[in-house]
Write a protein that binds this ligand. Structure first.
Ligand SMILES: Cc1ncc(COP(=O)(O)O)c(C=O)c1O
Length: 398
């Protein structure tokens, strides 16, 4: 049989893999892909040691809530483990529709479409609507899923400075007035923890006829009444065409969603390749998200506790003179400014029993190498004591 790749191609790919910088870094420093043996609340077991998890997106701490666990068990018993098919073909179930209706109502939108990953949902919220000749205006620090969505759409991309409505105004001045335009913003930036000033962005875009897409993966469950997200926080939901996001953060599951008008969502159901050719979320995933959504509305104490912990944690970091990049949310980065310092700080925290994630350029802008940390409603007083001692020692070490 003729080989699929020539020897030349094989050696080119082998060389590419061998010299790839992130792979070399990963092998040398082992900062990523840590395999945890078990988890109990905010504690994880890693290599025989118990660490405090300080970088999860389980903002409300619902992943082990009894109602979430019970819903998952029940869904598994009733529906089995998987749909084994795409929604468009054999994979649609009643629980998908029920979750979509609940999410749409919660977000104040007419309709919602659930997909198998937040990444795919947000990607399809751009690639599903934009096309060649359109212009997509994006914040320079937008998540990778939006970049991929723009690439797949063949639309023209125009970037504006991070969180700068002034720069958006400037970019719009030079954008083809006749082109259809999508404006894509994150509600809460996942690395920086910054909240987008939505009213100012909407004002800057006024008169340009933009279709506004909000990726609120980190705003949902964190901002707004009962955690309805960034648009609700600012009271501008009616001016946002699409709210997309993830089930894998406050909603204690995996999967993603796109919410908007009935027409846009119906269009997406037959235009999003990420949906048409990919299996639907499993009953357990849907049940966990649905249960978390109910808890968010019935038990306000989780959101209250999240913000109490956020204030306490931010003060702890600021008292140590650590640079939190002006974060206003539970996603609190510690900017170290260089790869070496980020690595040393991350390692020191690991040795002190605190699990964080090292994020270095190009994942973050040059000079902003950081460790990403995120506080949760589930962190206890005892966790705080250990976190504080660990940070004090890590600061001393570097
Ligand atoms: C802003 C943003 N959008 C989308 C996603 C993708 O979500 P998921 O991890 O559920 O695929 C993430 C993930 O961290 C994110 O931060």
């Amino acid at each position: 049989m003729k080989p699929l790749f020539s020897n030349k191609t094989r050696s080119v790919i082998a060389e590419r893999c061998r010299t790839d910088q992130p792979s070399i870094l990963r092998r040398k420093y082992e900062p990523w892909y840590h395999e945890m043996d078990s988890q109990r609340g905010t504690r994880v077991m890693l290599g025989g040691r118990e660490l405090i998890m300080l970088s999860s997106n389980d903002y409300l701490g619902l992943t082990t809530h009894p109602k979430v666990m019970e819903a998952a068990e029940k869904a598994l018993r009733i529906w089995g483990s998987s749909t084994t098919g795409a929604r468009l073909s054999n994979g649609s179930r009643r629980y998908h529709r029920e979750l979509e209706e609940a999410l749409a109502a919660f977000l104040g939108k007419e309709a919602c479409h659930v997909t198998s990953a937040g990444y795919l949902s947000c990607l399809s919220a751009v690639a599903g609507f934009a096309t060649r000749g359109d212009v997509v205006l994006v914040d320079k620090n937008i998540h990778s899923c939006i970049w991929d969505g723009i690439r797949l759409s063949y639309a023209t991309m125009e970037r504006f400075s991070h969180n700068s409505p002034t720069d958006l105004r400037e970019v719009l001045r030079f954008t083809d007035a006749e082109a259809a335009k999508l404006l894509v913003i994150e509600g809460v930036y996942s690395m920086e923890g910054h909240i987008a000033p939505l009213p100012d962005f909407l004002e800057a875009a006024e008169g340009h006829g933009c279709f506004v897409v909000l990726d609120d993966a980190h705003g949902l469950g964190v901002l707004g009444h009962q955690g309805r997200g960034t648009a609700d926080h600012f009271g501008v939901g009616d001016q946002i065409d699409i709210i997309c996001g993830s089930l894998s953060k406050s909603l204690s599951s995996t999967g993603g969603f796109v919410a908007g008008s009935t027409d846009t969502i119906e269009y997406l159901r037959t235009h999003s390749k990420q949906t048409i050719f990919s299996a639907a979320i499993s009953p357990v995933q849907a049940a966990c998200a649905q249960a978390a959504l109910d808890i968010m509305q019935d038990e306000p104490e989780h959101l209250e506790r999240l913000w109490t912990n956020t204030r306490r944690y931010r003060t702890l970091l600021e008292d140590l003179n650590l640079d939190t990049w002006g974060s206003e949310t539970p996603a609190l980065p510690v900017v170290l400014g260089s790869r070496e310092r980020a690595y040393m700080f991350w390692k020191a925290l690991m040795e002190e029993g605190v699990f964080t994630v090292m994020s270095i350029a190009p994942g973050v802008p040059p000079g902003k190498d950081l460790i990403r940390t995120a506080i949760s409603a589930a962190h206890t007083d005892e966790d705080f004591e250990r976190i504080e001692a660990a940070f004090q020692n890590a600061v001393r070490k570097i």
